[in-house]
Design a protein around this ligand. Structure first.
Ligand code: C2E
Ligand code: MG
Ligand code: MG
Ligand code: MG
Length: 277
């Protein structure tokens, strides 16, 4: 969208660009409105399993937005918008709070060893109040930091390594762990890993998708993670063949449609009861 600012007056906008800008403005207006009615945002939870035995190891919280006219907007579309418009801090706090409350209810239902993985935006990491918000969510729900894992993307870590290192040190005092998400899609994998004391690597879905044709990246990420004493999770596992190939490479944990889609609470509890039996 940067082009919009360069072109000068609206007269020069191509029809396509104008359309796109209007659609974004419309979405942004809806996002602001949805904000005043929190019930249009909700969090779903995708189970993660130990690959070796298929037992649940935890869940990942994934944000959803349903607009007033019932349309479900993907986070890849609205999170960048929220980040640019100053809404991400509040939206992120909403996710932290809901995920910690859900973790509380999972523990109460007897799933007391599951971890809760929460995606955080680079905007949240730069917020000086972030640690306070996280601690407040943990305290309010009465859950231990050691069962929470924050997911930050490789590119976030690479862009502001010093900031992220400081944050990791602070998180350690709460027992909160960190996973590097979408690993392999950035450009500075090796140096970032060496300078970060993160506990988990997540192989990006694109490499799981291609691994039956070419497993070189999945293989590299798994061995890299293990050399750095990190656990490795594969995302986007859709077939048994992919699962078997990942297992053969020594991958620790997985998530994907083969096991479960992101679920709302009732379906999650049913899935967990079945998978733990
Ligand atoms: P991510 O953290 O890498 O999450 C994994 C995405 O892959 C999710 O998409 C999930 O639904 C999808 N997925 C999982 N298994 C499969 C599979 O087997 N096949 C396919 N085709 N897809 C699968 P989703 O929920 O649309 O989220 C997209 C991205 O949006 C996330 O990628 C994350 O970067 C971001 N996101 C989601 N929720 C939040 C949030 O609360 N805060 C922030 N900052 N970002 C979020
Ligand atoms: Mg994630
Ligand atoms: Mg990911
Ligand atoms: Mg991803």
């Amino acid at each position: 969208q940067a082009k919009l600012h360069h072109r000068g007056t609206a007269v020069y906008f191509s029809a396509a660009l104008g359309q796109d800008a209007r659609a974004r403005m419309h979405l942004l207006r809806e996002l602001r409105e949805a904000f005043d009615a929190h019930d249009r945002f909700f969090v779903v939870y995708q189970p993660k399993v130990h690959l070796a035995n298929g037992r649940p190891s935890g869940v990942e919280a994934l944000l959803r937005w349903r607009t007033a006219n019932g349309e479900l907007i993907a986070p890849d579309r609205f999170i960048p918008l929220a980040e640019q418009s100053g809404l991400m801090i509040a939206l992120g706090a909403f996710v932290l709070r809901n995920a910690c409350q859900q973790l509380r209810r999972l523990r109460d239902a007897g799933h007391d060893a599951l971890t809760m993985a929460i995606n955080v935006s680079h905007v949240q990491l730069r917020d000086p109040d972030f640690m306070m918000l996280l601690k407040a969510s943990l305290d309010e729900a009465g859950v231990p930091g050691s069962q929470v894992e924050l997911e930050i993307t490789e590119s976030m870590a690479a862009e502001d390594l010093e900031l992220v290192r400081g944050l990791l040190a602070a998180l350690k005092t709460l027992g909160v762990r960190v996973a590097i998400d979408d690993f392999g899609t950035g450009f500075s994998s090796l140096s970032v890993l060496r300078h970060l004391d993160a506990q988990r690597l997540k192989i990006d879905r694109s490499f799981v998708t291609e691994m039956l044709q070419d497993n070189s990246i999945a293989r590299m990420v798994i061995s890299l993670g293990h050399t750095q004493r990190m656990a490795v999770t594969a995302e986007g596992i859709e077939t048994e063949a992919q699962r078997d190939a990942l297992l053969a490479l020594g991958c620790d944990e997985g998530q994907g449609w083969l096991y479960a889609r992101p679920l709302e609470e009732a379906a999650l509890l049913a899935w967990l009861a079945n998978a733990s039996a």
